[in-house]
Design a protein around this ligand. Structure first.
Ligand SMILES: Cc1ncc(COP(=O)(O)O)c(C=O)c1O
Length: 351
C-alpha cells in the first residue's frame, strides 16, 4: 500500500489499516457519519431487493437513481452522474481533467483526499491558505489551474461560502470548478447549494454524497451535477458497474423520503448549537459550522494530549497533526447522549 494511502487511512479513522474500533462502547465522532439511521423506506426497499436478481449485474448508468435525483433537485437526468461515493467522483474528475503537471488549486486547509488524488495524478497542487475567518482567498481564482476545488461547507472548518462568491469564482477561474457539497444539507439556511448554477456556469461540477445527511456511508453513493457535456465526459471514465444493485436501490429509496433526511439534519443542527456553546464556555474558539461537525480551537495549544485522553476514554474525535491545525479538534455531531458524554469528559479533563 502506498505510504500516502496508509497515512490517509490512519489520519482519517484514528486507526491503522486493518485495525477497526471493535469495542461497542466507543463513541465515534471522528469521521462525520450521521448518528441517526437511514429512512425506514431504505430498509424496506433493500429487503425487497434481496432476491435472485442479485445474480445479475446492476444497471450500468444508474438511470433510475438519476431520474429520482433529477426530480428532487430540479435538473435533468443528463446533468447527473452517480458514483461509488463522492470519493469515486472526485477521482473520476481528476482523471478527466488533470494530467501529469496539471495544476489543481484549492483553499487550504480542506478535505485531505484532494491532496492524495492530485499526487496520484502527478498533478501540481496550488494550496492557497484560507484567511483566519475562512472566507474565500482572494488569489484562488488567479492560479491558472485546470481544476479548482471548493469544499462548501468546508471540512474541517464547517464554514460556508456564499453563492454569489462561488458564481464569481466560477466566472474567473481558468478551468473547472468543483464544489464539494458533502455537508450542504446541514447548512444553517436553505438555498446554499450551487446545483442550480450548473445551467449558466458551464465549468461547474457540484458533488453530493449519501454518506452524511442520508446516513448511508456504508453503501457508498455520490452524485455529480454538471452540464450535459461534462457528465457525458465523466461517463466515459467511469467503471461499467460502479454502483451495486443494493446501493442503487437504497439511494433511490432515500430520495423518496426527503423529510426523514431533513428531520435528522435539523436534530444535528440543534446538537451542533449545544456543543458549540458548551465548548465556547470551556474557552474554545468554535467556527460557525454549517456541517455535521465543528472545529474547536484553543489558540496556540497543541490538543494532541486532549485527543489522546479522549481516545483513552473511548471517545474518538479528529486531531490533525499538521501545522495550523494542531490547536484544533474536529468533532462530529453525534446523538444528544454522545454529545453530553463528550462535554462531560472534556469538563473532567479541565478542557
Ligand atoms: C468534503 C468531503 N467530500 C467527500 C467525502 C466523501 O464522501 P463519500 O463517502 O461519498 O465518498 C467526504 C467524506 O468524509 C468529505 O468530507
Amino acid at each position: 500500500m502506498p505510504s500516502y494511502f496508509r497515512a490517509n487511512i490512519a489520519a482519517m479513522t484514528g486507526y491503522a489499516p486493518g485495525e477497526q474500533p471493535q469495542d461497542q462502547g466507543i463513541i465515534k465522532l471522528n469521521t462525520n457519519e450521521n448518528p441517526y439511521p437511514p429512512s425506514p423506506k431504505v430498509y424496506a426497499a433493500l429487503r425487497k431487493a434481496i432476491n435472485g436478481s442479485l445474480r445479475l449485474y446492476p444497471e450500468p448508468q444508474s438511470n433510475v437513481l438519476r431520474s429520482a435525483a433529477a426530480n428532487v433537485y430540479g435538473v435533468k437526468a443528463a446533468n447527473i452522474i452517480a458514483g461509488n461515493g463522492s470519493d469515486e467522483l472526485l477521482s473520476m474528475v481528476l482523471r478527466c481533467f488533470v494530467g501529469p503537471g496539471g495544476r489543481v488549486a484549492f483553499p487550504h486547509p480542506t478535505y485531505t483526499l484532494y491532496d492524495t488524488l492530485i499526487e496520484i495524478q502527478d498533478g501540481v497542487r496550488a494550496a492557497i491558505d484560507y484567511p483566519a475567518d475562512f472566507s474565500l482567498p482572494g488569489t484562488l481564482a488567479a492560479q491558472n489551474a485546470a481544476l479548482t476545488f471548493l469544499c462548501n461547507p468546508n471540512a474541517p472548518s464547517g464554514t460556508l461560502v456564499a453563492l454569489a462568491d462561488i458564481e464569481k469564482l466560477a466566472g474567473s477561474v481558468s478551468g473547472i470548478l468543483v464544489v464539494d457539497e458533502a455537508y450542504v444539507d446541514f447548512a444553517a439556511s436553505e438555498g446554499s447549494s450551487s446545483i442550480p448554477l450548473i445551467y449558466h456556469l458551464p465549468n461547474l461540477i457540484v458533488l453530493r454524497t449519501f454518506s452524511k445527511s442520508f446516513s448511508l456511508a456504508g453503501l457508498r453513493i455520490g452524485l455529480a451535477f454538471a452540464s450535459e457535456e461534462i457528465v457525458a465526459g465523466l461517463m466515459k471514465v467511469k467503471d461499467s458497474y460502479n454502483l451495486n444493485r443494493l446501493s442503487l436501490v437504497a439511494a433511490t429509496a432515500a430520495l423518496s423520503d426527503m423529510p426523514w433526511m431533513a428531520r435528522n439534519a435539523r436534530r444535528i443542527q440543534k446538537s451542533r448549537k449545544k456543543l458549540s456553546a458548551a465548548l465556547r464556555r470551556h474557552g474554545y474558539q468554535v467556527y460557525p459550522s454549517h456541517a455535521n461537525f465543528i472545529l474547536a480551537r484553543k489558540p496556540g495549544l497543541n490538543l494532541k494530549p486532549t485527543y489522546e485522553e479522549l481516545k483513552r476514554r473511548k471517545i474518538l474525535v479528529r486531531y490533525f497533526d499538521v501545522p495550523g491545525l494542531q490547536d484544533c479538534l474536529r468533532i462530529t455531531i453525534g446523538t444528544p447522549k454522545e454529545i453530553h458524554a463528550l462535554i462531560n469528559e472534556m469538563a473532567a479533563l479541565g478542557n
